[in-house]
Design a protein around this ligand. Structure first.
Ligand code: FCB
Length: 440
């Protein structure tokens, strides 16, 4: 039996753009993802999140399903352009009302809401003014945080500021695979610093509005391995850019030492006094973990490493290597490197090619095996003293998987998009037992 600590949070996660739909309803205006997906060629099959899982209209039934899954927590995100159409200033009461109703529904069903403020859907208006590349964005983000937290603070205790800031700067501003589709290393370096500032300012704002709030971030974390011995240094550099960048500033008060000089060279807007603001602004570290990263050295000085595909068939539909030991390694690393901060696994899960059988069931054995192996690794980390408080499966239901559109299914609940029918997969039934028994 793998028993988990008392009062452990068991949940599932989803995000606004990926499930809500209602992209232009009730006063919501465009986010960078609305604009990006509407450009032909950016997303597989030119899919968009216009309708997605229609959760905006079906949230009550969806909460019922979450209840059936038996979790004691649910992670959702708030759409910034639904609440503040211009990004700052004017509030859209109908947008705010949606999240109030969602939270009420969750609480009525005894499900603890974990609210994420920003899961990538930046208001287009702010992007037009420079978005994450401009310093003003951190104040705009704090203003947005203040509006949302004022409205929900009597009912929501657990908050997260930004989902995967590393993916925002790397895919949004460096490779351009994600919205806003920019490929510019100078802009990427500015985005890094402004994401750090935005988190810090929002953290301080939330705490001033709601002193009982517990506030974290959700980082994309994957342990980094060298392809071979001679790539050891490249692996350290990759670790700095992909793992430490959104940990060291918060927990050590500085940029990762290995890349600090380079970053200051390409971003002359970094001010030393910023770090006093940035440091000590995490009540917990959220880990989004799926796989590991394998790298080799690269002659291009920045970033100085290249990601390679590990030589294995042990992968999910995303092509991501199944590597449960990585989750264990991450937890132990946080324990030893950063003084064992409280940790919540804010995302873990897998995409597989799910099909509905003649009986109308989805038998996703591979997903069960995947989750079980990662939970065993997590259990081991907890046994060894890691301060882990909860675990959220990505995702509650199948949804819009960014550049992959609807072609990748991560849900514990299957979504038949043409009819919007939901079917709880075998993995969902399995997970509900895990939640109920606080282990397996
Ligand atoms: C993470 C994202 C989440 C989802 C999963 C598969 O990077 O935070 O929205 O797309 O990957």
């Amino acid at each position: 039996m793998y028993a988990f600590p008392k009062n452990f949070w068991w949940g599932t996660a989803a995000s606004a753009y990926q499930i809500e739909g209602a992209w232009n309803e009730d006063g919501k205006v465009l986010s960078i993802w609305d604009e990006f997906t509407h450009q032909p060629g950016k997303i597989k099959h030119n899919h968009t999140g216009d309708v997605a899982c229609d959760h905006y209209h079906r949230y009550k039934d969806d909460v019922k399903i979450i209840k059936t899954l038996g979790c004691n927590a649910y992670r959702f995100s708030i759409s910034w352009p639904r609440v503040l159409p211009e990004g700052t200033g004017r509030v859209n009461p109908k947008g705010l009302d949606f999240y109030n109703r969602l939270v009420d529904e969750l609480l009525k069903n005894k499900i603890e809401p974990f609210a994420m403020l920003h899961h990538w859907d930046l208001p287009l208006e702010l992007h037009k003014k420079g978005g994450w590349t401009k310093r003003f964005i951190s104040d705009a983000f704090a203003e947005y945080a203040s509006v949302v937290v004022h409205s929900l603070k009597d009912r929501v205790k657990y908050w997260m500021t930004i989902n995967e800031p590393m993916i925002i700067y790397a895919l949004g501003y460096f490779t351009g695979e994600h919205a806003p589709g920019i490929k510019n290393i100078f802009k990427a370096s500015k985005a890094i610093h402004n994401l750090l500032l935005a988190h810090a300012k929002a953290y301080r704002t939330i705490k001033s509005v709601h002193s009982q709030a517990v506030v974290g971030i959700a980082n994309a974390l994957s342990p980094v391995y060298p392809q071979c011995e001679t790539d050891a240094r490249a692996a350290k550099i990759a670790e700095a850019y992909t793992q430490r960048l959104f940990l060291d500033p918060f927990l050590k008060g500085r940029y990762p030492q290995l890349i600090e000089k380079k970053l200051r060279l390409i971003n002359w807007e970094i001010r030393d006094e910023d770090f006093a603001l940035i440091q000590n602004t995490l009540d917990f570290v959220g880990i989004n973990n799926y796989t590991r990263i394998v790298v080799k050295k690269s002659i291009i000085p920045i970033p100085g490493f290249a990601i390679v595909q590990p030589q294995t068939d042990n992968v999910t539909e995303m092509g991501w290597e199944i590597f449960p030991e990585g989750l264990y390694r991450l937890c132990v690393w946080l324990r030893d490197e950063y003084g064992n901060p409280p940790v919540i696994i804010t995302e873990n899960g897998a995409a597989f090619n799910d099909v509905v059988n003649e009986k109308g069931e989805v038998v996703d054995t591979k997903r069960i095996q995947f989750l079980e192996s990662y939970l065993r690794a997590l259990h081991r980390a907890i046994q060894e003293g890691c301060n882990v408080k909860g675990y959220f499966v990505w995702s509650f239901m199948d949804n819009f998987e960014w550049a992959e559109g609807y072609t990748k299914r991560f849900g514990l609940v299957y979504v038949d998009y043409p009819t919007q029918r939901r079917i709880i997969k075998q993995s969902g039934k399995w997970f509900s037992k895990v939640c109920k028994n606080n282990g397996f």
